[in-house]
Design a protein around this ligand. Structure first.
Ligand SMILES: C[S@@+](CC[C@H](N)C(=O)[O-])C[C@H]1O[C@@H](n2cnc3c(N)ncnc32)[C@H](O)[C@@H]1O
Length: 346
C-alpha cells in the first residue's frame, strides 16, 4: 500500500499507532542488517544519555544531543524506525526527559489522543499551564526551557500570530459582515490578540473542535463575543451534518498533520464549498524539516504526518479542480511549518 493511499477516518482519537501505520509502510523495511545496525545506533545514543546524566552534565546539553542523535537515526534508518521507537520509549532514561511537564503530557495523553489543546498551551506559554510548570522538578523546569524554545515550538507560536494577522486582515477587508471558521480550533489562542475581535469588527467566528473539553474552554473564554464554540469533527464537516453557512476565511492549524492525503483533499474541497466568493482557505502542516521529529515520535509518543512543499501542492492541486483560484505554498520563518492557501477569485 502506498503511504498516501490509506485514509484513516479523520474523526478523532489520533493515536500515534494510527499515524505510524499511515506514515511507515511495511514494504519500506530494508532487512535484518539495517535493523541490527539501527538498534546498535539507538542503544549507543541512549547509553551516552545515561552516562551524561550520571556525570551531572547540563540538561540542555543532554536533551540537545539526544534530539540530534534521534533525528539522525530516524533519517538514516527510516525503513526500520517504527521498530526503534519502542526501544527508546521503554528505556529507563526516557523518565529523565519526562520530567519536562510538556513532554510528559504528550507521552501520557491524559485526554486519550495526541496533540490536545492543553499540550499546545505549553508551547504558547499560556497562564493555564503555569502552575504545572512551577510544580515540576528543577530538572523538569530546565528541560522545559529547552523544549519551549525548540524550533518547532517557535514555529507554532509564529503560526498563532500569523493566524491572528490573517483574521484581522480579513475583518479589515470584508468589514463587519466578516465570517470566519476555525477547524480543530483547540483553545482558539490566536483570538486572544485579535484586534478585530476586541473591537467587535467580526460578525461570526465559528470555532469547531472534536474535544468537548476544549469546546467548553473556548465557550467560557470568549463568552460575550462573536465566537461560537461548537462540537464538530472532520467527519461532521465531510458529511455536512451541521449547517454552518458560508465564510470569508476558513483555516485549520494543527490538524492536517494527522490527516492522510485522501481525507485532507476531501476536507479541503468541503472547505472550498463553504467559502464565499473572494474567500480564503488556509491549512498549516509541520514540514519535513522539523529537527525534533525523532524525539517527538519516541520520548513524546507524538507522531505527525510531516509534509514537504510538493506534498502540500498535491493536496491543493487535487482539491481545486474546476475552480478559479489563487494558490500559494510557503514556509514560516524557520521552515518547521508550511502553509497552503487557496483564495477563490470573485
Ligand atoms: C494541535 S491542536 C491545535 C489547536 C489549535 N488549532 C492551535 O493551533 O493551537 C489539535 C486540535 O485538533 C483537534 N482535532 C483533532 N482531530 C480532530 C478532528 N478529526 N476533528 C476536529 N478536531 C480535531 C483536537 O481536539 C485539538 O484541539
Amino acid at each position: 500500500m502506498n503511504r498516501r493511499e490509506f485514509a484513516f477516518d479523520g474523526q478523532s482519537l489520533i493515536t500515534p499507532e494510527a499515524v505510524h501505520r499511515e506514515i511507515f509502510s511495511p514494504q519500506e523495511s530494508s532487512g535484518e542488517h539495517d535493523l541490527v545496525e539501527a538498534k546498535a545506533q539507538v542503544a549507543l545514543t541512549l547509553s551516552v544519555a545515561v552516562q551524561q546524566v550520571a556525570a551531572g552534565q547540563e540538561p540542555a546539553v543532554i536533551i540537545d544531543r539526544l534530539i540530534k542523535s534521534l533525528h539522525e537515526t530516524r533519517a538514516r534508518y527510516y525503513a526500520v524506525w517504527p521498530e526503534l521507537v519502542p526501544i527508546v520509549q521503554n528505556h529507563p532514561v526516557s523518565a529523565y526527559f519526562h520530567e519536562d511537564p510538556f513532554t510528559r503530557w504528550s507521552f501520557e495523553k491524559p485526554r486519550g489522543y495526541s496533540g490536545d489543546a492543553h499540550l499546545i498551551d505549553f508551547i504558547y506559554g499560556h497562564p493555564s499551564v503555569a502552575d504545572e510548570i512551577r510544580s515540576s522538578s528543577l530538572l523538569g523546569q530546565t528541560l522545559h526551557r529547552y523544549t519551549y524554545n525548540a524550533p518547532s515550538a517557535v514555529a507554532v507560536r509564529e503560526r498563532r500570530d500569523l493566524l491572528t494577522r490573517y483574521v484581522d486582515q480579513v475583518a479589515a477587508e470584508k468589514g463587519p459582515e466578516a465570517e470566519i471558521l476555525t477547524i480543530a480550533a483547540g483553545h482558539l489562542r490566536e483570538a486572544d490578540r485579535s484586534v478585530a475581535l476586541k473591537q467587535g469588527a467580526i460578525k461570526r467566528w465559528v470555532a469547531l473542535d472534536q474535544d468537548p473539553m476544549s469546546v467548553g474552554a473556548t465557550a467560557r473564554d470568549f463568552q460575550g463575543t462573536c465566537v461560537e464554540a461548537i462540537d464538530g469533527s472532520v467527519r461532521s464537516m465531510l458529511t455536512r451534518s451541521q449547517d454552518l453557512g458560508t465564510f470569508d476565511f476558513i483555516y485549520a492549524a494543527g490538524l492536517y498533520d494527522y490527516l492522510a492525503d485522501k481525507v485532507a483533499i476531501k476536507l479541503t474541497q468541503t472547505c472550498l464549498d463553504r467559502l464565499k466568493p473572494g474567500g480564503m482557505f488556509l491549512f498549516a502542516n509541520f514540514s519535513t524539516e522539523v529537527p525534533d521529529d525523532g524525539y517527538m515520535e519516541t520520548i513524546m509518543n507524538w507522531t505527525l504526518l510531516l509534509r514537504s512543499q510538493s506534498e502540500m501542492w498535491n493536496i491543493i492541486n487535487e482539491s481545486v479542480a474546476g475552480r478559479d483560484v489563487e494558490t500559494e505554498v510557503k514556509f514560516g520563518a524557520n521552515r518547521n511549518i508550511i502553509y497552503g492557501t487557496i483564495k477563490l477569485r470573485t
